[in-house]
Design a protein around this ligand. Structure first.
Ligand SMILES: [Mg+2]
Ligand SMILES: [Zn+2]
Length: 206
């Protein structure tokens, strides 16, 4: 069986966009707004080097809410893979949940098993890619990522510069990550150091 690193997309791979006119921070909805976060390619390549499959698991309710067309979403994916490829990085697979319980688009108004914090996307990926979830990581910038990762049985890393406003939410939602890191590259270093420690530990017990 393989090991996986599951990655949220917005705020992990690409920068979030601040829509001042609506006062919200959200996903990019045009290719112009889509910008990779520095260090992301290097981090993905590092995960691959460590022997992990690298998989996106992302909620994308934009279509359900009527902000995004299928065509634009496809263009955003193409932009992402093109930008990654420039530095030799790629994903093994991408999984998206397009549903939303309050969707305007009827066929997407589903209370599904795949929308994080539920672990559906990770479970599906593990099945498709023969990944051992207990040897895998979920990395995201939201507590729903931590919750999904934990429910799937993965170790979790929360990205961001945390202040403890979030700590009581972690308590409330039982969503304490195993680690916190400022960005994906630092998370990759963390995973690497954990892997080395584990290898050492196994060698010692032999
Ligand atoms: Mg996110
Ligand atoms: Zn879904």
């Amino acid at each position: 069986m393989d090991r996986g690193v599951f990655l949220d997309r917005d705020g992990v791979i690409n920068e979030l966009v601040y829509y001042a006119e609506h006062g919200v921070i959200d996903s990019p909805f045009t290719t112009k707004q889509f910008r990779l976060i520095p260090g992301v390619c290097e981090a993905i390549n590092e995960f691959h080097e460590l022997g992990f499959k690298v998989v996106i698991v992302s909620n994308q309710p934009g279509m359900a809410k009527g902000y995004l067309t299928q065509e634009t979403f496809a263009r955003l994916r193409k932009k992402m893979s093109g930008d990654l490829a420039k530095e030799g990085a790629s994903f093994d697979r991408e999984y998206y949940c397009f549903h939303h319980p309050e969707a305007k688009v009827k066929r997407l108004k589903v209370n599904c098993e795949c929308r994080k914090p539920r672990p559906g996307l990770l479970l599906q990926a593990a099945k498709d890619l023969d990944v051992d979830l207990s040897q895998s990581w979920m990395i995201g910038d939201g507590l729903t990522d931590v919750q999904a990762g934990k429910s799937a049985g993965c170790r979790t890393i929360l990205l961001g510069k945390m202040k403890c406003e979030l700590c009581h939410l972690m308590d409330e939602q039982d969503a304490h990550p195993d680690f916190i890191a400022p960005n994906l590259l630092e998370a990759a270093n963390l995973v690497k150091s954990q892997k080395t420690q584990r290898t050492k530990a196994t060698q010692q017990t032999k």
